[in-house]
Write a protein that binds this ligand. Sequence first.
Ligand code: 5GP
Length: 364
Amino acid sequence: MSPPGAAVGVVAAASLAAAAYGLRRLLRRRRVVRAVRAMGKVEFHAHLNGSIRLSTLVELAEARGLAGARALLAGPRTLEACFEIFALIHQCVDSLAVVRRVAREALEDFEAAGCCYVELRSTPRALGEHTEADYVDTVVDVMAGYAGALTPRFLASVDRSRGPAAAAATVAAVAALRRGDARARAFVVGVDFSGNPTSRHSFEAFERLFRECRDAHGLGLAIHVGECPRGDADASRILALARETPGRCRLGHALHVAPEDLCGAGAPLVEVCPSSNVATLRLASLRGHPRLGDVFARGFDVPLCLCTDDTAVFGTDLAAEYLKVRDAFGLELRDLALLVARAADRAFDAPACRAALARHGTPR
Ligand code: 5GP
């Protein structure tokens, strides 16, 4: 029998070894997190008001006496709850001064997460005596004056729930602004089709307008599709349009879409929003996300870009989204860098996007 002192020594050595192992793991994890944050990334699918800084939202809600804000933000993120949060945010973002602040802070937050190029999208709103064009001009002014290293661009969102007449008015206002102003032409590079996907308005009612945006105004099209099942031909019309001019149309979410519609020559890039999609599909984990595992296993044969959607609503940032995908699918840093480099070609201002990545030093 060994003396009791020896047993204590064995236990102490085992504890030390376990502690050293734990520490090594912790340090390795910190290195990975730092590397993913530092890696040059691009963001194609971020809604401006959904990207409001959370502390700003709480501050604005309290200043306006919006009592239910904290309870709403603490609840689950079903599709319905998300749209209640957007309504709350819109109650808070009630002047161009607030729009200016939200836009500036969003750019700072994207840059802090290692984003080199962002296409921020927003639904122009007439606030007070100001027009929708003033709203767009305000965001463009913030982008043009942004002093950081991030390259920003703007997409004008069409909210399908407002109907086709409102959409036509928004597009006309944006087109007029771009016609008369070289700065607006440089920064406003696309239009987005979004808004509550359960709306009665089908894409068919907007299709001519989106063709006009592409063909007459030279704008890129970013279209939400297949967020929830719909009884109309919404998804099939959008998928057909997306293949017409490869590179000029990207798809948002594309969850309820057959995999064969998203691959092969001329396939549109899919803007994948991991946290948002997990929440709205009520998935137990990201590994259950439609298609992602297959796409990575087949060597990234479907064009896609990782995006945040609404950082405030989903409590995330761009680095966290890349980290989640890395962890769920066992990707290496070089896989993530390859995703970014391929996505850059589908930016609506691809030269600016590639230049931003090159300045950051991301290998291509
Ligand atoms: P905003 O356009 O006001 O800057 O950003 C918030 C708006 O973006 C929401 O009111 C909604 O119209 C749109 N939006 C944000 N996230 C989503 C989403 O996941 N799906 C859809 N369809 N629309 C969204």
